[in-house]
Design a protein around this ligand. Structure first.
Ligand SMILES: [Zn+2]
Length: 306
């Protein structure tokens, strides 16, 4: 079974703490990495988690606030020093390109690899080997986007008895059918649909970035397997959440409930809290399948039908 994992590299909000770095999350599948935001220090977390610097990779930036983006320059520079050769895709608000290029010019550093910038906008923003990535508008103090990383559909279930009944010998011809290609047995052509069930949906990881909760985000995240949501504040600090355009743990749980997600990961905790156990408790009253992300934590996303 192909593993799909989410590794939290930084789970604090605007300022780091001793335990928590600035926002960055790596979604990994079959060697491919999708990095969600790139706060300062993300590159050290890459080293700690042994995520190679020449991996097939896309970076999705939610918005242009320092805590979500300042780490990108360092990561690019270190990748270049490590002689990265693969092109890197970066998706984000349109001025991200300008910020990177201006800083590059000012600090006079070139890159050993090509960067493809794609402006974020609602809808499908990029298709990679393993994923289709969609974006929606978030509600923050600057232009901001939420992302949904959708694994491409998996082939349907293979029925060996059907293949055998059609005279297809076990071995190479079976695996060819499982890869979605027709095979010839004598004069007869056997199609994958003759021996396999319908394609199964892939797994989905949703990420809110910084945002107020909204019904449109709940619709956007409907049915996702893991929803990673802004949980900057406790329930009792809702006034601050309103003022700074963030969410409380309870509001994150309300979105998870409305969206019928499989599990909710709270992240982006304000540095004012010494611990986050009470935020998890408050959220679980609304949505029981809630956990708090912490730096270095990796969770595996289960298959929807397992
Ligand atoms: Zn932030």
């Amino acid at each position: 079974m192909t593993k799909l994992t989410v590794t939290f590299l930084g789970t604090s909000s605007a300022a780091p703490t001793r335990e928590r770095g600035l926002p960055a999350i790596a979604v990994q599948r079959e060697g491919e990495v999708v990095l969600l935001d790139c706060g300062e220090g993300a590159q050290r977390a890459f080293l700690a988690k042994r995520i190679g610097l020449n991996r097939e990779m896309s970076v999705l930036v939610t918005h242009l606030h320092g805590d979500h983006v300042i780490g990108l320059l360092g990561l690019l520079q270190t990748m270049s020093m490590a002689q990265r050769t693969r092109a890197l895709t970066i998706v984000g608000p349109s001025r991200l390109k300008e910020w990177i290029e201006r800083t590059q010019a000012l600090l006079q550093f070139g890159l050993s690899f090509r960067v493809e910038f794609l402006p974020a906008r609602p809808g499908t923003v990029v298709r990679t080997r393993g994923f289709v990535v969609k974006a929606a508008r978030a509600k923050h103090s600057v232009e901001a986007f939420a992302y949904m990383i959708c694994e491409k559909p998996r082939p349907g279930v293979f029925f060996p008895d059907k293949a055998a009944a059609l005279g297809v010998p076990e071995g190479e011809l079976w695996s060819r059918l499982q890869r979605g290609r027709p095979v010839k047995v004598g004069e007869r052509v056997v199609a994958p649909s003759d021996v396999m069930g319908p394609a199964r949906r892939g797994r989905r990881v949703g990420y809110s970035g910084d945002t107020r909760p909204s019904a449109s985000l709940a619709r956007f995240f409907a049915g996702c397997d893991i929803l990673i949501f802004d949980s900057t504040f406790k329930r009792g600090d809702r006034e601050k959440a309103l003022e700074r355009k963030h969410s409380t743990c309870t509001e994150a749980a309300e979105v998870a409930k409305a969206a019928s997600v499989h599990a909710l990961a709270l992240t982006h905790f304000s540095a004012r809290y010494a611990g986050v156990a009470s935020l998890v408790r408050e959220a679980r009253r609304v949505f029981p399948d809630t956990f708090a992300a912490r730096d270095g934590m990796t969770v595996e996303v289960p298959q929807p039908d397992s």
